[in-house]
Design a protein around this ligand. Structure first.
Ligand code: F6P
Length: 366
């Protein structure tokens, strides 16, 4: 396959390090003489060529990516509601989900593109798989702060998010100790508790509730009481947004919106309401939310993003479409996208990391 023009797009929730990938793709592709179209807002810029957001489809030069390495977010814009197989369109005055993937293929051809680099999470990789089946050559680059893709040791963005959560826990430790309070901190992680677990260990939290280990209130009450009896009348509990009680469901806000995933939220407040009547201490909840998605990427995420971007261009040159770049320490390898989305990367409740956390006194509520 001869390549002259490629498109690059970012899909799903943003994460620190996306600009490092875009920068690397542009520099590496331009060095081969390829043209690079930055596609706006995930596939939205391919669904409708007249679609104009402030980002705008545009041909990218090396100058366009100058000094973007340290910037959070994505210079291309993104969306987690732009699945072309269930795109939100208006029909007879009503909003409905529709399959507009044929338009994506048509516009890909109109733009004279030879291939795409799709930077996204498991959702974007599934979309990529289906577009490949419709004839668009795609190479995938995994991104997610949640770290829930099993094919790669790490995704960029995760470490920056964990650093943000750890900094928040450090601050909450100060005020919790001053006021003898129990502080809950809700972090992101839909089905995978990596952010919560890593931040709980790094921040010296006393309990950690994750989706992989359904919790009960009684062990948490015991933990807080034991700390109080030992002369520490304050505790920090990290709660993953996807955590849920044993036999109970995840907490979410309202019904699923068209074209979107269900919005999780409210679990820290739920635990607060359950805990407070059982304790002699005040219990407060803080939701970190999108703070974890923004900010300048830490060096690990910049380096990994750069390596992924460079390797993605190499894969296209080698004709390895249908593959996703992945870190298998210390190498960046190519894995078939189908394999990459086959199973999620979840915390092993019986693994070494959870065992280490338990060994330093972290209670999982089980
Ligand atoms: O997948 C990454 C993630 O950060 C999840 O942890 C979270 O549930 C979701 O994105 C939130 O996305 P939104 O931007 O739609 O609130």
């Amino acid at each position: 396959m001869e390549i002259r023009r490629i498109g690059v797009m970012t899909g799903g929730g943003d994460c620190p390090g996306l600009n490092a990938v875009i920068r690397a793709v542009v520099i590496a592709a331009r060095a081969r003489g390829w043209e690079v179209l930055g596609i706006e807002d995930a596939t939205s810029g391919l669904v409708d060529l007249d679609y104009r957001s402030p980002h705008g489809n545009r041909w990218l030069t090396v100058d366009d990516v100058e000094r973007t390495l340290a910037r959070g977010g994505t210079i291309l814009g993104t969306s987690n509601r732009s699945d072309p197989f269930k795109f939100v369109v208006e029909r007879d005055g009503r909003k409905v989900e529709a399959d507009v993937s044929d338009r994506v293929v048509e516009n890909f051809r109109k733009l004279g593109l030879d291939a795409l680099v799709s930077i996204g999470g498991d959702g974007s990789m599934r979309i990529a798989q289906r577009l490949i089946a419709k004839g668009i050559p795609i190479v995938g680059v995994p991104k997610t702060i949640d770290q829930d893709l099993a094919a790669t040791d790490y995704t960029f963005g995760h470490q920056t998010a964990v650093q943000t959560a750890t900094d928040a826990i450090d601050r909450l430790q100060d005020t919790a100790e001053s006021h003898d309070r129990v502080m809950l901190v809700e972090v992101m992680g839909r089905d995978a508790g990596w952010i919560a677990l890593h931040a709980a260990i790094a921040g010296g939290a006393h309990a950690c509730l994750i989706p992989e280990i359904p919790y009960r209130i009684a062990p948490i009450v015991d933990k807080v009481r034991a700390r109080r009896a030992a002369g520490h009348p304050y505790s920090i509990i990290v709660v993953s947004e996807g955590a849920h009680p044993a036999g109970g469901a995840q907490s979410h806000e309202g019904p699923r919106e068209l074209g979107a995933m269900i919005r999780l939220g409210g679990i820290a407040d739920r635990v607060r309401r359950e805990l407070e009547p059982l304790l002699e201490l005040e219990v407060r909840a803080t939701v970190l939310g999108h703070l974890q998605r923004g900010g300048s990427p830490v060096q690990f995420d910049r380096i990994l993003g750069t390596r992924f971007g460079v390797r993605a261009v190499e894969l296209l040159a080698e004709g390895k479409v249908g593959h996703m770049v992945a870190l298998r320490t210390p190498e960046i390898v190519a894995v078939p996208i189908a394999e990459a989305v086959a199973r999620p990367n979840l915390v092993d409740p019986n693994g070494q990391l959870v065992a280490a956390a338990r060994a330093v006194g972290i209670c999982f509520g089980d």
